[in-house]
Design a protein around this ligand. Structure first.
Ligand SMILES: O=P(O)(O)OC[C@H]1O[C@H](O)[C@H](O)[C@@H](O)[C@@H]1O
Length: 548
């Protein structure tokens, strides 16, 4: 599209419609329509979505669907799945869906079906993970591997870390996994202190194999191993690599027989389904990894085939656009009521903000509407005792997603009732609020004097009207988790299509990296730094004189 979507009648219709809704409280929408829950909820792939607690009427829904049609969402979804150049600034496809294509339909990239290569890597991952799981992959001194250390950052860390932690109940014993990502040596040093060099396997995960933090950590880990085991020969039994760059893997000193390949058309933040998920495959076993892929594939099929009005990622994506671009919601909070999903909000931050934190369209035109919200969140139960105050009585509109497991991974009697009642209570109160009259009524029974009672009311009123989605699933299995992740991937894609932006590049991270390499040289240069600006020069020189 050459013009901005904001200059079309449908966008303007949504703006006008939004103004009519600002005065309508969510509780009124429920009062007006007893069918809201039935109308605005649906199931797909083991997930149940209630989106009725949103600033949404039948008219809103229709207008949002018109927006989806205006941006030709259905054909854009088709293009994504068939391997078109959807990532136009890098001239490539974004085919994470091919990695979990359990239907095995051919997917062509440059006229070549990618499925045989995908299947070959999956087979290699199976063979490797089974060898490790059966205790047949031996370290240099002949001992079985019991510890994995994944060295990677960004998409080569957040996805595998999140899934490995989420599926702890499925871990194969006696394996344990660590994740090293940060350049601060404290992280690696503390992990190595817990590792036995004879039984530790390092997975160096990097799409480019040129990421500063990852290479630093990989080199330090290799030095540690050689020092402990006394010979560089040990590296072959204790290091494997996952990358698209064979040459750099070889240059690092890892035998390509121990390399697991993936491809340029897999974006870093969409890569946990590829060999980047090797730590997952080893920790939960390849059969469970396949279940994760199957869950994602089921969501892919749903996304590609369900009508727009019954399509879960489409609905979530349209609501995302609705709040960012029309309601000025600057943030979106993710609130899992499932400890297994502790790392899900952090994982989503990269998926959402690296994909949608863009200010120009795919054609390079500056947008004149808000795009990506700040994505944040933490375990809901903990958040209640930390930041929910702001959600309830602050001044900002904060759309929320409640992620609710009916069953915990480990059942201990009463606990799950507490979890579920809290999740339901928070979503309810955020929407419903408590009016002045209701607050007064509540306070009257406390026997407060009239004046004190009136003074107390404003502090105890809840405006409510905070929108939320509630996603419920029975229990987090590999399959459910696969579907959940794919749901958010596709939601993100839907938003990108509506905003006309590229969800698959990340030019915004480059300049900082380049500057860091300039400042690395500056820090090592004993002469005073000058010529940047007084703050940067001042900080460089302050730190340089104190470097030990
Ligand atoms: O996998 P790598 O090539 O090491 O990249 C790791 C990460 O670094 C980059 O800076 C990108 O912003 C991320 O999208 C990527 O996931």
């Amino acid at each position: 599209m050459s013009t901005l979507i904001s200059h079309t009648p449908i966008w303007q219709a949504l703006q006008t419609h939004q103004r009519t809704l600002t005065a309508v409280h969510l509780r009124d929408l429920f009062a007006q329509d007893p069918q809201r829950f039935v109308k605005y909820s649906l199931s797909a792939c083991g997930l149940f979505l209630d989106f009725s607690k949103n600033h949404l009427t039948g008219e809103t829904f229709n207008l949002l669907l018109d927006l989806a049609r205006k941006v030709a969402l259905e054909s854009r979804i088709e293009q994504l799945f068939q391997g078109d150049n959807v990532n136009n600034t890098e001239q490539r496809a974004a085919l994470h869906t091919a990695l979990r294509n359990h239907s095995q339909y051919p997917i062509l990239v440059d006229n070549k079906d990618v499925m045989p290569a995908v299947n070959a890597v999956l087979a290699k991952m199976r063979q490797f993970s089974e060898t490790v799981n059966q205790g047949k992959w031996l370290g240099y001194t002949g001992k079985r591997i019991d510890t994995l250390v994944n060295i990677g950052i960004g998409g080569s860390d957040l996805g595998p870390l999140m899934v490995v932690r989420a599926l702890k109940a499925f871990h194969i014993q006696p394996l344990r996994a660590y994740f090293v990502s940060n350049a601060d040596s404290t992280q690696l040093a503390e992990i190595l202190a817990d590792c036995n060099p004879e039984t530790t396997l390092f997975i160096v995960a990097s799409k480019t194999f040129s990421t500063q933090e990852t290479l630093l950590n990989a080199h330090s880990a290799r030095r540690w191993l050689i020092e402990k085991l006394g010979t560089p020969m040990a590296v072959a039994r204790h290091f494997v690599a996952v990358s698209t760059n064979t040459q750099l893997v070889q240059d690092f000193g890892i035998d390509t027989a121990n390399m697991f390949e993936f491809w340029g058309w897999v974006g870093g933040r969409y890569s946990l389904w590829s060999a980047i998920g090797l730590s997952i495959a080893v920790m939960i076993g390849m059969d469970n990894f396949e279940q994760l892929l199957a869950g994602a594939h089921a969501m892919d099929r749903h996304f590609a085939s369900a009508p727009l009005a019954e399509n879960m990622p489409v609905i979530l994506g349209l609501l995302g656009v609705w709040y960012s671009s029309f309601w000025s919601a600057n943030t979106h909070v993710i609130l899992p009521y499932d400890v297994a999903l502790e790392h899900f909000p952090a994982y989503l931050q990269q998926l959402v903000m690296e994909s949608l934190g863009k200010q120009v369209t795919k054609q390079g035109i500056n947008v004149d509407y808000a795009t990506c919200p700040i994505s944040w969140g933490t375990l809901g139960n903990n958040g209640q005792h930390a930041f929910y105050q702001l959600l309830h009585q602050g001044t900002q509109l904060v759309p929320a997603d409640f992620l609710v497991a009916i069953e915990s991974q480990h059942s201990l009697g009463e606990h799950q009732f507490a979890v579920l009642s809290n999740a339901l209570a928070q979503a309810h109160v955020l929407m419903q609020g408590r009016t002045v009259a209701e607050t007064r009524e509540t306070l009257q029974v406390t026997g407060l004097q009239a004046e004190a009672l009136e003074a107390a009311i404003p502090h105890r009123v809840f405006k409510g009207n905070q929108p939320s989605n509630t996603l419920v699933y029975q229990k987090l299995t590999p399959q459910v988790l696969g579907a959940l992740i794919a749901l958010y991937e596709h939601k993100t894609f839907v938003q990108s299509v509506c905003w006309g932006i590229n969800a698959f590049d990340q030019w915004g991270v480059e300049l900082g990296k380049q500057m860091a390499s300039t400042f690395l040289t500056e820090l090592k240069n004993t002469k005073p730094s000058q010529g940047y600006n007084s703050s940067t020069d001042g900080l460089l020189n302050y730190i340089k004189t104190r470097l030990v």
